[in-house]
Design a protein around this ligand. Sequence first.
Ligand code: ATP
Length: 254
Amino acid sequence: MLNIDHLDVWFGDPPERVDAVKSAGFTVAQGESFGLVGESGSGKSTILRAITGLIGTWSGLIEVDGEKVSGQHRSRAFHKTVQMVFQDPYASLHPRHSVDRVLSETLHLQGMDQIDARITRLLDSVGLGKGFRFRYPHQLSGGQRQRVAIARALAAEPRLLLLDEPTSALDVSVQAEILNLLTDLRRERGLTYVMVSHDLAVVAHMCDRLAVMRGGEIVEVMEAARLRAGDPASDYARALLAASAGFAREGAPG
Ligand SMILES: Nc1ncnc2c1ncn2[C@@H]1O[C@H](COP(=O)(O)OP(=O)(O)OP(=O)(O)O)[C@@H](O)[C@H]1O
């Protein structure tokens, strides 16, 4: 489904150039949930942003369903296959656009028909009733906003969702609800996930495999079962695990 090879991403020109991702490579199979973990600034979000075309300065291979992408432009077909959910639903929803407008504009953009029925189904699939349709972002809780952002991503009926810290801007009590929603959606729709998180417990719970990043490089790709067993191969991943207080204290959320 997704093939990343020798991916370099950088910002700026020498001498200020920042090499955010260095020769990164991994593959994600159809239906798999793949995590990207690592300390702050290690390049996790940059990889997602390069895939989805939010960053233009990269080299290497990004292949989705066997189709290579290049530069920053992404085709309509790409956006039908790949959608991204951002960390902060406050920032990712326009404050003056109602839920109805957010979803109907996205559906129109994708050339979908039967917009009304689709909006009802989308809201239903993220656990929001019809009553939410004409609300504005300020009339929604953080969790409800993230549900709308997920519904917007699902509007295109994608098969690959790029999830950039999808719960870390939310109250702890709401985080598990959103993670459970993502788990259900993946099962029901056979979705593929690439999820960035600084929270190893979340990745251990949500992912089948993961890549551990450090300083822009992937230092280890492993089965999440090894993380759950507290048994990563690299010293760095072991140190990350040890530093993840929530993981040590509570284990994977259930
Ligand atoms: N627009 C930008 N201009 C310059 N440098 C950037 C830009 N975006 C990211 N970087 C740098 O690229 C590196 C990787 O950033 P990135 O956001 O991918 O890290 P991350 O692992 O997702 O971190 P976090 O967990 O804190 O979100 C960092 O050194 C960051 O400062």
